[in-house]
Design a protein around this ligand. Sequence first.
Ligand code: KMH
Ligand code: ZN
Length: 407
Amino acid sequence: MIGLKTTVRLRMSSHDAHYAGELVDGARMLGLFGDLATELLIRLDGDEGLFRAYDSVEFLAPVYAGDYIEATAELVKIGNTSRTMQFEARKVVQNLRGQPGKSASQAEVLSTPIVVTRARGTCVTPKELQRLTTVSPPVILTAAIVGAEVTRAQTPHLPVSPEEIAQEAERCVAAGASVIHLHVRNDDGTNTQSGARFRETIAAIRKRTDCVIQTSTGGAVGMSLDERAGPLECRPEMATLNCGSLNFGDDVFVNKRGEIRDLAARIRAAGSVPELECYEVGHVEEGVKLAAEKVIEAPLHFQFVLGVPGGIAATEANLRYLVTLLPEGASWGVAATGRHQLPMTELAMRIGGHARVGLEDNIYLSKGVLSEGSAPLVARAKAYADSIGRPVASTKVARELLGLAKV
Ligand code: KMH
Ligand code: ZN
């Protein structure tokens, strides 16, 4: 429910104008915000609730009769009875009356809307008037603790040996992760998809924790399909299925359509549940097609990988669009690269998704400060989930949500 949004668009008429020169008063914008807040409360609680206070209001540009205003409210925090919302009103069409050489009825559509008012405020719905149950769904935190590209030269905190990886998996689960996205390394730190090395590493993890282990079938750029399928001999509970090709930094990560279907069949034969890795819009559509072709089974689990150089950018608009492509019943999460990891995983958690953090995608805790392994990144994601009222899924709950059989 956090992230619930609503929008109205309407024309300011001369009835709305209050001051000289057909200027509309700021209170009119606050009236719109009040109506938007009420709609969000009705959607959330089944009650109109009450507006308690504005924390901030900024009037940023004048509004005149004849302008069109688009106003949006977004639910950003839910307490026991309090509901905090962020408001924005934008001018999307402006009347040009009064400008030199323009007629009274002349107007233009603004290619870049002008923000006229911004505010943040808190509403209240008393407990006894909350008619709908608003239970926030648990969030599954995935820790991508190794990856294929990160090196010890970039961060000394990268686990390499099976025992180091197992220790890191245990730390991440203690911090709130329920899924470990797994790559493995040779002793010299180079990447490998060797089934034997996965077997050894999974056994070491299993001695320490009962998390969901999701092995990579992406491996590293340039590996053959047979090589990438190596970990499937361990019959992992989950395995990634990369849903399309893309430029991957300076390389090309090749996932031909036939190869995707081949790997999907191997994942199924191994008794594993696929997670669909999508780095582009078309990859999501391909994932949906795979289900239509019965190559994979519903419920589908999508991972939106945002911010790979060459792939879809890590922006709010992109993420909100990707979510609209999903079929009913699908789950989704976000794995964003580098400095995008924090804002994008938080956004995902606010709007109902799951989140992946860890050194595979981002080695920094903050600008210039290396994360001492993936566990601090998991702990920070859990703290955020707690702050917005989403419980972090235990390994048991994660298995239920993902439809996995207990190993
Ligand atoms: N290393 C990337 C080329 C996956 O694990 O399936 C692919 C990757 C995705 O990491
Ligand atoms: Zn990976």
